[in-house]
Design a protein around this ligand. Structure first.
Ligand code: PLP
Length: 388
């Protein structure tokens, strides 16, 4: 897709996304990549595929490949593979890496923790947990040289822990391990982990990449397609079949065209809301890497270029009962899970996690959208005021 731009300097992510990597459909002149829903592809009389690579849609499909090329370019990677959901991508990566102990960051996306603890540890894979905000704990679990794959998430969901990607990569490589980073909350607008030394980037493309809360997708990007782990990932996708459908891939391409403006608008709103919440008497703590008081702020400033994203969480005074009451009083912000969409969503995490997870009762996670920020702050203000 990118042949027209092959000789030019790297483009900004906004440009790659808005132009769908400069796509022009050579059949028609269309400036939008075509949707090709076929599951199977015809062969010539001598049995060669009509188009090399197009055989069957579980192997590889043209519209999915177009979306993968855009995401690989956004992440400064060489290749990307889309999956049926973010968890399908993460599960594939972890299963492909499960021949040795895996180091997993604590307190990350709940689904990733569950998959590691149940599906992997339950089948005898050793999981070694470390603190994303304290990489001495990573060095400790890597010390015996047994770990081959490190899985981190920054900023993490819902704790907003910031992991120093360059340092985590240095430690991983020094001990013979690969580093994978779930960069869903950062988005390629603000962080490109491969340029900081990570080996793999993962996204739930359900979130900001698509941005419209209307499809599930996941993606893994690599800088080195010759890595045996990448080969295992591609094999696993093919053999286990957790592929993305063509319609979803096409919608994802459409959603990504506005990635730059969506992410920047939502981030400006999130930043204003974090400031507002920090000064509120009924709010005990605000977790947002853009706040100077955030423990990961200095690292975030170093590795997040131009913004800190649209995800934050805060604890209200009065615990679970008060937090549920605040969420219940909101009139415009929607009570729902997920993040990265154009609409603002709030979630009471303790209500959806196992009691063992230690989630504070007062914690509310906010995924900020692109509405007018005054409407959002008014809504929060009305919901928080009766706590006093
Ligand atoms: C949502 C999410 C996932 C899982 O993605 P799905 O598309 O819901 O399967 C993984 N990581 C993070 C950080 C997420 O927010």
């Amino acid at each position: 897709m990118s042949a027209e731009f092959a000789d030019e300097p790297p483009l900004h992510p906004e440009t790659i996304a808005a132009q769908a990597l400069g796509h022009i459909d050579r059949e028609t002149g269309g400036v939008v990549p075509p949707l090709q829903p076929s599951t199977t592809f015809a062969r010539e009389g001598d049995y060669r595929p009509i188009r090399p690579g197009n055989i069957y849609a579980r192997d590889d499909a043209p519209t999915v490949r177009d979306a993968e090329a855009i995401i690989a370019a956004l992440e400064h990677g060489k290749e990307a593979r889309l999956f049926a959901s973010g968890m399908a991508a993460i599960a594939t990566l972890l299963r492909a890496g499960a021949g040795a102990p895996i180091a997993m960051q604590k307190g990350i996306y709940y689904g990733s923790q569950l998959f590691a603890a149940r599906a992997l540890a339950g089948h005898g894979v050793e999981i070694r947990w470390f603190e994303g905000g304290d990489l001495a704990s990573l060095a400790e679990v890597l010390a015996d040289g047994a770990v081959r794959l490190v899985f981190a998430e920054t900023p993490s969901n819902p704790w907003l822990t910031v992991v120093d990607i360059a340092e985590a990569a240095r430690l991983s490589h020094a001990h013979g391990a690969k580093l994978a980073v779930d960069s869903t909350a950062a988005t390629p607008i603000y962080t490109t982990p491969l340029t900081l030394g990570a080996d793999y980037v993962v996204h739930s493309a359900t979130k900001a990449l698509n941005g419209h809360s209307d499809l599930l997708a996941g993606v893994i990007v690599t800088a080195d397609p010759s890595d045996p782990l990448w080969e295992a990932i591609c094999r696993e996708r093919h053999d286990a079949g957790a592929v993305l459908g063509a319609f979803e891939a096409w919608l994802l391409i459409r959603g990504m065209r506005t990635l730059g403006v969506r992410v920047r608008a939502a981030t400006a709103n999130a930043s204003a809301i974090a400031g507002y919440l920090s000064g509120h008497r009924n709010v005990e703590i605000v977790r947002y890497p853009g706040l100077a008081a955030h423990p990961g702020h200095a690292i975030a400033r170093k590795q997040m270029t131009g913004g800190f994203g649209s995800l934050l969480s805060f604890d209200v005074t009065g615990g679970a009962e008060a937090a549920l009451a605040v969420a219940g009083r909101l009139r415009r912000i929607v009570r729902a899970t997920s993040l990265g969409g154009v609409e603002t969503l709030i979630e009471h995490r303790q209500s959806v996690e196992d009691p063992m997870s230690g989630m504070p009762g007062g914690l509310l996670r906010l995924s900020v959208g692109i509405e007018h920020v005054d409407d959002l702050i008014d809504d929060l203000d009305g919901a928080l005021a009766p706590l006093a």
